[in-house]
Every structure is written in structure tokens, then in C-alpha cells.
Design a protein. Structure first.
Length: 334
């Protein structure tokens, strides 16, 4: 009852009472205690109970290991989770997909992509089925460690298996590879969603677009944006803002203006963040006149002018050696 109510401390307090009584501790009792520890985030205690089971010659089963591994996963204790997987094999306890997925999660939370890849490889060699969650968690582990090439490797691996791809997995692959410069690989993963009749969401679409923007593949980026806006994907200010920010960093002022035009045409709200980024983009592209035009267009549209907006416009004037206009903006700002 304590375990189900997530009252793990209260559940553990019953242990001395049970030990001193004539009740024999069995697998069910220990599993309840370990499950209580898992829910309470006390991985150390869960390992303590496993040692107690071994010393008391109480059988460990798949529930025992699953709960203990999950407790370690929640704390990012990936080495201990992997050790438990080894002990489980040595104890001749049949591994299950959900248990090994928990161990892979431990590697993800502990930023140990090598461990995640090792576990996935062992699953592939065994009779334990790798499901979409196995690959998704492994990709997330690679992304956390900046190993986009490994994420792509996992994607290519799934194409050669019977694993049914889902949108969560493919989106994870796209997000992991977004900044890699491998825009064609990103688009391959993005295209796989349509081939599998999966609907891309704003996260996947934005990541694919930003990948093209960073690679200066403007026509492709715009094509994706038009597909996104004409499809069932929600086009929002955040998605557009992310792409405009990418343009700002590369000085791609024409692309940023096209994105602003597209926002207006499909009635996506323009805010000071996206406009300020576009102003900076024009400044970086030595187009101070355009930058000032955008800046002055903010007032009629009742978009709040803030420090970021003024700074972007002032910077654009400075780069164009328009000192008088820059000083006027500084005076307005004050």
C-alpha cells in the first residue's frame, strides 16, 4: 500500500519490523520495497535491498531488476544500471525490452552515449526485441553528448530492421543532426516521415529548416517552410523565430525578410524578437536602410521597442557608418 502511494520512506521503515518477526522475506516483499525506492528516487536503497536478497538467498526476478534499474536511470547512475544488466544475465533472469530501455535511459541521463549504444547492440544480438523507444532513447543519449553522427547511424540501422518508425524517433534524429551541417541527411530523415505516413510536427519541421538555413540552402529552406505552412503542421512564432535567428547569425538578410513576409501572409504573429533578429540580419548584411525600415515599422504595428530592438538598429547604423542616425536612436532610447 505504501509503495502504491509512493510513500517509500514509510515502506522502508517496515523492514526492521518484518526482519524481527517470524515472517520470511520473499521476492514479493523485496520487490515492493525496491519499487517504493524507485518511486522515491532512492537508488542507493534499491541496491541495498538487492544485496540483502542475495545474502538471504531470495530469488531475484525480472521485476526486481526492472525496478532497481529504473531507480538508477532516474538518477543517471548509468554504470550501476549497466552492472545490474550484467548481474541479471548472470542470474539467468530473462531480460525484457522495457528493462533494457530503462538501462539505456540511465545512459542518456548520465550523458553516456557509449553505454546506450552498447546496450542497444546487445539487444540486437539477443532475443530481446528493440522497439522504437529503444532507438529513440539511444538517439537522445547521442544528442545530449553531441554525437550527431551516431544518431544518424542509429537512423540508418532502423531502416534495415523491422522496427516501426514513429514521429518521436525521427524527430529526435532530426533534432540531434540539426547543427551538424549534414542537411541532406537531415532531409532524408525528414522525408522518411512522409514515407512512413507520419505527420511531422513543428519541432521536426523547424529543425529541418534550420539545418538548411545553416548550410545556406535557402531555396530548400523556403520550400520546407511553404510545405509546413500549407500542411497540417502548426506554424508558430517560435518556429519562424528560430529560422530568422539562424539567418541573423549568417547575415542572410534576404531570407529573413522572406520569412517575415511569409509570417504576415499566413497571419502568424510577428513579435519584437523575430523583428529584432531580422534587423540584426540586415545589419550583418550591410543593409542599414532596410534595418531602419524594419525598426520604424514596429511602432505602427504596436510591437514594443526594447533594448534588443534599439541595439540591433544602432548596430546596423554603425556598420553602415551612419553615425548621425545611430546617435538619434541612442537619444530616443534614453
Amino acid at each position: 500500500a505504501c509503495e502504491k502511494a509512493a510513500m517509500w520512506q514509510e515502506a522502508i521503515q517496515f523492514l526492521p519490523v518484518i526482519v524481527q518477526s517470524s515472517v520470511r522475506l520473499n521476492t514479493i516483499t523485496f520487490n515492493a520495497l525496491i519499487s517504493a525506492c524507485e518511486k522515491g528516487g532512492n537508488w542507493e536503497k534499491s541496491l541495498h535491498f538487492i544485496r540483502a536478497m542475495t545474502q538471504s538467498i531470495v530469488e531475484l526476478d525480472k521485476i526486481t531488476f526492472s525496478a532497481a534499474i529504473s531507480a538508477c536511470a532516474n538518477a543517471g547512475e548509468w554504470e550501476r544500471a549497466m552492472h545490474l544488466c550484467t548481474v541479471m544475465t548472470e542470474s539467468a533472469v530473462q531480460s525484457e525490452t522495457i528493462t533494457l530501455n530503462a538501462a539505456i535511459s540511465a545512459c542518456k541521463n548520465g550523458h553516456a552515449w557509449e553505454g546506450a549504444m552498447q546496450l542497444l547492440s546487445e539487444m540486437a544480438r539477443s532475443t530481446v526485441e528493440c522497439d522504437s523507444a529503444s532507438f529513440t532513447i539511444s538517439v537522445d543519449a547521442c544528442e545530449k553528448s553531441g554525437k550527431w553522427d551516431r544518431a544518424l547511424q542509429l537512423f540508418m540501422m532502423t531502416l534495415q530492421t523491422q522496427v516501426k518508425l514513429d514521429s518521436i524517433f525521427v524527430t529526435s534524429v532530426i533534432s540531434a543532426c540539426e547543427t551538424s551541417g549534414e542537411w541532406m541527411k537531415v532531409l532524408q530523415a525528414f522525408g522518411a516521415m512522409a514515407a512512413c505516413q507520419l505527420q511531422p510536427d513543428a519541432v521536426a519541421s523547424s529543425a529541418a529548416i534550420n539545418s538548411c538555413v545553416r548550410a545556406h540552402e535557402w531555396p530548400k529552406a523556403l520550400q520546407l517552410f511553404h510545405e509546413m505552412t500549407h500542411g497540417r503542421v502548426e506554424s508558430n512564432t517560435i518556429a519562424f523565430g528560430a529560422a530568422i535567428n539562424a539567418c541573423e547569425k549568417d547575415g542572410c538578410w534576404l531570407m529573413s525578410l522572406e520569412l517575415l513576409r511569409l509570417m504576415a501572409s499566413i497571419k502568424v504573429e510577428t513579435n519584437n524578437i523575430s523583428l529584432s533578429a531580422s534587423i540584426s540580419s540586415c545589419g550583418n548584411g550591410d543593409r542599414w536602410e532596410v534595418a531602419l525600415h524594419l525598426f520604424h515599422s514596429m511602432k505602427p504595428h504596436e510591437i514594443q521597442l526594447d533594448t534588443i530592438s534599439y541595439s540591433a538598429a544602432i548596430s546596423a547604423c554603425e556598420k553602415g557608418s551612419e553615425w548621425v542616425k545611430a546617435l538619434q536612436l541612442v537619444s530616443e532610447m534614453a
